[in-house]
Design a protein around this ligand. Sequence first.
Ligand code: GH3
Ligand code: MG
Ligand code: MG
Ligand code: MG
Ligand code: MG
Length: 321
Amino acid sequence: KDDLPRLEESLHALIPLGPFRYNISGKALYLEDSLTVAKATDAKLKRLGLQMDHAFSIQQALQLLDNHMYELIMTDIVLQDNETGIEFIQQLRADHRFAQTPILAVTSLESVNRRIQALQSGANDYISKPVLDEELFARINNLISATRLVEQLTRERQRLLELATKDHLTGLYNRHFLTELAKRRFVDANRQRSALATLVLDVDHFKQINDQYGHQTGDRVLKRIASALQAQCSEDEYIARFGGEEFVVLLTGCTLNAASEKARQLCKTLQQLQPEGISTSVSIGVTCLSATQDEYFDEVFARADKALYQAKQQGRNQVVT
Ligand code: GH3
Ligand code: MG
Ligand code: MG
Ligand code: MG
Ligand code: MG
């Protein structure tokens, strides 16, 4: 062990590479029971642009992890008090908070088994002692770059998912999303003979609002109506903007009576809302899946739409079941 610094020096002399430029910042955590090794590593990481926090024990490391964000976790394998870096890696990988954090195991040159165990436990990479600066920097850079790429792709995927499933104006689900969801929910409800209700809402005389106050005000009215609907519905009561000023609510496990009651509440709330100071109301058609025969979304939706038409015919601002 005492020979390590000399071995490191002689290995460095063998490497003809000059310093390579990396674009790294942030913090690293290093679990290491030797203060000397930790201090030397701290100095190396500073050159790379990484600040390092040092922990002697797993408990200390976990405490630091509770309170700080780290770009990288490094761990020694053989620790004090019979602890091992392997256990630490296993604990990290069992915690969803650190699912994306790259882990670099620092292993001794000869312990092939431990190195494999570290990788099997979820370490992303390892480096052998004596640690060579340029090798360490290259491995850290690769780990952090790969993680940043995954994070960027995850954000991008989330953004595309929003674009594909949400309505741009109101932030409610779009027609495509609700239709696909409803198809699946109807198949399930038919199989389980469970209740499933559909509400179709249409804003009354919305064209007049546009004509009188302008299209932009009309847009704000729609947004206000959408957020009022959202406020009245739970997360499992899916609301979509189906068309211009038409909304659909899918109520899983909801009977016709409960759905009608819900529709009456929504109708009343929206009549009292006065978005942009404008008196508005909605008409609502309510239907429920037949309790005795299989039915699919298209049929049930068509019946709800008919009920909505009837609500319009009967004078609007009302619910027809
Ligand atoms: P009814 O009570 O019979 O439903 O009358 P209505 O005027 O609401 O019905 P109609 O279907 O004739 O008009 C709907 C209007 O909604 C026409 C259209 O210009 C308007 N509209 C549709 N989408 C949007 C939108 O995104 N923003 C705005 N401001 N208006 C929209
Ligand atoms: Mg050690
Ligand atoms: Mg209409
Ligand atoms: Mg309308
Ligand atoms: Mg309409």
